[in-house]
Structure formats: structure tokens, C-alpha cells
Write a protein that binds this ligand. Structure first.
Ligand SMILES: NC(=O)c1ccc[n+]([C@@H]2O[C@H](COP(=O)([O-])OP(=O)(O)OC[C@H]3O[C@@H](n4cnc5c(N)ncnc54)[C@H](O)[C@@H]3O)[C@@H](O)[C@H]2O)c1
Length: 254
């Protein structure tokens, strides 16, 4: 028996097979879950990637900036599963001007886009799925440690600080619905989102050396395992938490 046996899980954020969300979907299926995916924009690409999962999974369109997509999400998910036990938010985006050392010059419009897609959407997604979570469940999001000002991460770092706070408020307001809300703060991983950060190499060069456990920039499985564990019945009293899956970098001096 897998730790997600019988659970119905919505996984957002699959873009390539290097996406953290791809590993989450794969592991969730291996642990017994029924998985529904959402994709943004390049749906035919997401559908192609979805075919590489152990079981075929439906792909629904979701742009978290679209009120219409969010308003119809529960009904569309409901065509495939009769409820949800888990929801994975694996979504992040910031315009190029908001990253890479341009912090003092980024316009509000570009910051607003980063916050809308990367921060506010955690709340939008959770609320959109609420009608399907009548028996409670778990919401998990992907974070990058926001307690420090990093090189090049800039407004995405501010967006992640907001995500950490948003997660705590969601934990407060969804707790009475028996829904747990937690984040996994992953170390740097070579995904499309990471490649679009100018200067991401700075993380790649320093992280493996700093991490007490070492760090593999190409291995999304440790972060995915934490997401799956947080959606299982093995964290029944944990909410508003941030689990670091970073080889231990957050715990040691630079
Ligand atoms: N890669 C890393 O180093 C790293 C580290 C820590 C946390 N994270 C976080 O993990 C999450 C997943 O990123 P990833 O690294 O797997 O990269 P990825 O590029 O594979 O995934 C990012 C996803 O965000 C989606 N997205 C962007 N704009 C969207 C929108 N408007 N509506 C819906 N979806 C949208 C993309 O389609 C893509 O699927 C992000 O929140 C990211 O910040 C990544």
C-alpha cells in the first residue's frame, strides 16, 4: 500500500519532465494516488509530458491570472475525480526585469505580475479547489527560502516571502475545514523556471559545496518526496510549516 492510496491529487506546474511537479505527479501515482494535472499555455507539450507518467493523467488548462479558469476549475476537475484530497501549487513566474540584479529599477507592473502568478495564486488555487475538499485534505506549495536576500533572485524572493506569509494565513483560515497548508522550500534545481533566472549559475556553483548533505541540481525527487509526504496521512497535525529540502543549506552559515 502506498502512502497516498485512494487519494485524489491535483498537480499544477508540469511543463517538462524536469519540472518539480512532474516528479510529484509520478511519485504520487506510484504511492497510489489518482492524479489530475493542470497546464499553462503550452498544453500540447504538457500532454506529451503527461504521457511519460506511470498512468495517463488528464491535463486541464489553468492560467492562475485568469478568473474564468479559476472559477471553472472545480467543475472541470470534478469531471475526472469526485473530490480532492491534495492540491500541489508548483507555479512561479517573474518577468526578466524583476530578476538578475535589476531590483532597484523593476516597475510595479512587472512586480505585480510576479506577485500575482507566484504569491496570490496560492490563495486563488486553494479557494478554487475548496468545493472539492469537503472531507479536508492538504495543500502544498513550492518555496525558495525567503529569509535572506539572495544574489539575482530579486523580486522573486519578495514573491516567495509573500508566499510564506500567504501559506500561514491559509493555514489559519483553512484549518477549520480540516485542510493543512504547507510549503516545501527546495534548493536550486535545473528546471525551465530556474533557467530563466539570469545569473542562476551563482546558485549552481555554491549550493552543492555549502550543503551538509550535498546537493544534486538535477534531482527533483527529494522535493517531490516531501510534497507527497505532506499530502499523506503522516503529517496529520502539521500546518503553516515550511519543510526545507535543500541539503541543509538553510541551517548553516555561508
Ligand atoms: N527550480 C528551482 O530551483 C526551484 C527551487 C525552489 C522552488 N522552486 C519553485 O518550484 C515551483 C515549480 O517550478 P520549477 O522549478 O519546477 O519550474 P518549471 O518551469 O518546470 O515550473 C514552473 C511552472 O509554473 C507555470 N506557470 C507559470 N505561469 C503560470 C500561470 N500564469 N498560470 C499557471 N501556471 C503558470 C509554468 O507553466 C510551469 O509549469 C515554482 O514555484 C518555483 O519557484 C523552484
Amino acid at each position: 500500500m502506498g502512502i497516498l492510496e485512494g487519494k485524489r491529487i491535483l498537480v499544477t506546474g508540469v511543463l517538462t519532465d524536469a519540472s518539480i511537479a512532474f516528479s510529484v505527479a509520478k511519485l504520487a501515482q506510484e504511492e497510489g494516488a489518482t492524479v489530475v494535472l493542470t497546464g499553462f499555455g503550452r498544453l500540447s507539450l504538457v500532454e506529451r509530458i503527461a504521457k511519460r507518467l506511470p498512468e495517463p493523467a488528464p491535463v486541464l488548462e489553468l492560467d492562475v491570472q485568469s478568473n474564468e479558469h479559476l472559477a471553472t476549475l472545480a467543475a472541470r476537475v470534478g469531471e475526472h475525480v469526485d473530490g480532492l484530497d491534495g492540491v500541489v501549487h508548483s507555479i512561479g513566474f517573474a518577468p526578466q526585469t524583476a530578476l538578475g540584479g535589476n531590483f532597484l529599477n523593476t516597475t510595479w507592473e512587472d512586480v505585480a505580475t510576479a506577485l500575482h502568478v507566484s504569491t496570490y495564486s496560492f490563495k486563488s488555487l486553494a479557494v478554487a479547489c475548496l468545493p472539492l475538499m469537503k472531507e479536508g485534505g492538504a495543500v502544498v506549495g513550492l518555496d525558495f527560502d525567503a529569509t535572506k536576500a539572495w544574489p539575482v533572485y530579486d523580486w522573486m524572493g519578495v514573491a516567495k516571502a509573500g508566499l510564506e506569509s500567504c501559506s500561514r494565513y491559509l493555514a489559519r483560515d483553512l484549518g477549520p475545514h480540516n485542510i493543512r497548508v504547507n510549503l516545501v522550500a527546495a534548493g536550486p534545481l535545473r528546471t525551465m523556471a530556474a533557467k530563466s533566472i539570469p545569473g542562476f549559475k551563482e546558485f549552481e556553483d555554491s549550493w552543492p559545496a555549502k550543503a551538509p548533505l550535498g546537493w544534486d541540481l538535477a534531482d527533483t525527487i527529494p522535493a517531490a518526496k516531501a510534497c507527497v509526504a505532506l499530502m499523506s496521512d503522516w503529517f496529520p497535525a502539521t500546518t503553516g510549516e515550511i519543510v526545507h529540502v535543500d541539503g541543509g543549506v538553510h541551517a548553516v552559515g555561508a
